[in-house]
Design a protein around this ligand. Sequence first.
Ligand code: ADP
Length: 424
Amino acid sequence: MTTLLGCIADDFTGATDLAGLLARSGVQVSLRIGVPDAPPADTAPFEVIALKSRTAPVEAAKSDVLRALNWLQAAGAQRFFWKYCSTFDSTPDGNIGPVAEALMNALDTDQTIYCPAFPENGRAILMGNLFVGEQPLHESPMKDHPLTPMRDSNLMRLLEPQVTRPVGLANRLVVDRGVLALRDRLQDLKDNGVAHVIVDAVSDADLPIIAEACRDMPLMTGGSAVAMPLPQLYLRDGTLPADAPKAAKPDNLAESGIVLSGSCSAMTRAQVQDYVATGAPAFRLEPLTLADQGADAALTWLGEQDLSRRPLIYATAEPDQVRAAQEKLGTTRAGEIVEQALAACATAARDAGAGRIVVAGGETSGAVTQALGVSQLDIGPEIAPGVPWTYCTTDGKRVALTLKSGNFGTETFFTDAFERLDTA
Ligand code: ADP
């Protein structure tokens, strides 16, 4: 059907997070990996395009985003959402502000909002200052991020050098007074030439107020949470008909599955340990063996498995083991060897009939989706906040795929994932 809301996310896991929150309401949400080459067909009311623009050069980011905008406009969208990280990951050059301004120019609109708050995940904005849990952003671990170190917590100060037009604030006291008060404040700011408005949000209750006040803006920007109420608002006033097709699990999904883990984050290590302890068959990939002998041993092992037991293949290792492999092979090569091996296991498992594939690791997910030739995902039920099941077509088969970045989910994530789909 015609797309109602066109969303553009500056990285892949951010796009999945947004798509998952939009789909909580049961509506159809489609996620595209990159801007599709083909013109829109079979579009969903909510379309999310995942870019890799967070740390790209500003001009490249703007041009990618405008291509995404054109595609979404061709799909019929008239309202747009620009999604970035809830920790406002950016530098004085961008890319949050320059991209928002490029979108505003293309849409011929003179005001947008910035609301990266995600109360459920401990991201709150008060008087324009962003908090991570109880810490101001500049005291949180984000201060040491290798690419986008965040050394200020004040979103107005962070945004000002990134944009050419004035920046203002609609603070929590206004949001607390409700939709009409917030609309009045935005109009006041607009009358005074303020194009870029930071909007405070501290608790979940603030989000529907902001979403409702801003839903008719051609462009909203923020983290995923402020977009979450939009499907309900569209359903309530009939913008999205109540009988619009709902997200549905494909009928012919094979029961068998596999878990592929290439993340070495603390949470993924605990998840691997927990899944092995359930008695699931497991095979450990060693980067040095892979470098010497390729992935044949893993593929042979996989060929002997009963996929209804949903085996695990993992490279997940402790930091000292990872360092040892990286010292011998180089960090990039070690990463690539592991990613390629897991990607080969994914296609082999699919060819052996696996209908459910769980992948842990952001980069690993990229390698697996590429190997499976997947560029479009329909969003299914949520397993953990920000991690939904998705349905895709690979080699002509419908397959369920979940792509979990490093620290997402709790220890029982792999078991939870299969249970969630079994009961969907
Ligand atoms: P995360 O989401 O936790 O960052 P990623 O998949 O994005 O996970 O990144 C993990 C990287 O580490 C990948 O490039 C992966 O191939 C690599 N890797 C996985 N296991 C090992 C290992 N044992 N030794 C070295 N590198 C590894």
